[in-house]
Write a protein that binds this ligand. Structure first.
Ligand code: ADP
Ligand code: MG
Length: 238
């Protein structure tokens, strides 16, 4: 469970056409990485999938069902942002529990979900701390943990490692890859970083100016870029 189908997604802000007809099928359990220049519409597309933004037209389908009228919390999706977006006044445990409490999840289930997620992400020592008492890498692990406790079928990551230094980026990337294997959830991941894209992706989606330039496995794009733009982005020597 966790397939995604985007059909002719368009989005305009006023007179600005940001997404110009996006078609994409993401298979159950796939790790799909979006790359593309700043402003090309990656975050807008993730927000549309999550239900945080409406489309101007087009269909978003999760497991074969249209979800445009489904509230974000009901879509089975969890999103992880570059900025962590933790609540500063809540400790780590309460940050992770908040969404489950709002969904009226029984407290025994909340306890077991937090135990599972904090073990997976080595967060047990930090559960009573507030975000301000954590490093950037620990905060991002909490943000990922907050997604994991909800057992989503689809994870959305919007440049989750951009605020971390180089060593932490590698560690956190490996943790995300491990989570993908262990949870067998579908993951959609936006990054600027070519190494992240090449190492994490089953398929890479190259976006530019609100359209998809090419979709393919990392080595397909590297060896056979459809055009100079893709070649430049994926770093083929051609
Ligand atoms: P990316 O994540 O690829 O950098 P975004 O999806 O954030 O790109 O933004 C794509 C374009 O849409 C940009 O030109 C941005 O200024 C514009 N945009 C995004 N959100 C809004 C909004 N709420 N109102 C107006 N313009 C927006
Ligand atoms: Mg963005």
């Amino acid at each position: 469970m966790g397939s995604l189908s985007l059909q002719q997604i368009r989005k305009s802000f006023g007179a600005t056409d940001v997404l110009k007809g996006i078609d994409l099928e993401v298979g159950d359990g796939e790790f799909c990485v979006f790359v593309g220049p700043s402003g090309c519409g990656k975050s807008t597309l993730l927000r549309i999938i999550a239900g945080l933004e409406d489309t101007s037209s087009g269909a978003v389908m999760i497991d074969g069902t249209r979800v445009e009228n489904t509230a974000p919390a009901q879509r089975g999706i969890a999103m992880v942002f570059q900025s962590y977006a933790l609540y500063p006044h809540l400790n780590v445990r309460d940050n992770m529990a908040l969404g489950l409490k709002q969904a009226k999840t029984p407290s025994a289930v909340i306890d077991s979900q937090i135990a599972k997620a904090s073990a997976m992400l080595s967060l047990e020592p930090y559960l009573k701390r507030r975000p301000a008492e954590l490093s950037g890498g620990q905060r991002q692990r909490v943000a990922i943990g907050r997604a994991v406790v909800r057992d989503p079928k689809l994870f959305l990551f919007d440049e989750p490692l951009s605020n971390l230094d180089a060593a932490l980026r590698v560690n956190t990337r490996l943790e995300i890859a491990r989570l993908h294997r262990e949870l067998s959830a579908t993951m959609i991941y936006v990054t600027h970083d070519q190494v992240e894209a090449m190492t994490l992706a089953d398929r890479i989606v190259v976006m530019n100016g609100g359209v998809i330039e090419q979709v393919g496995a990392p080595m397909e794009l590297y060896n056979a870029p459809a055009n100079l733009f893709v070649a430049g982005f994926i770093g083929s020597p051609k």
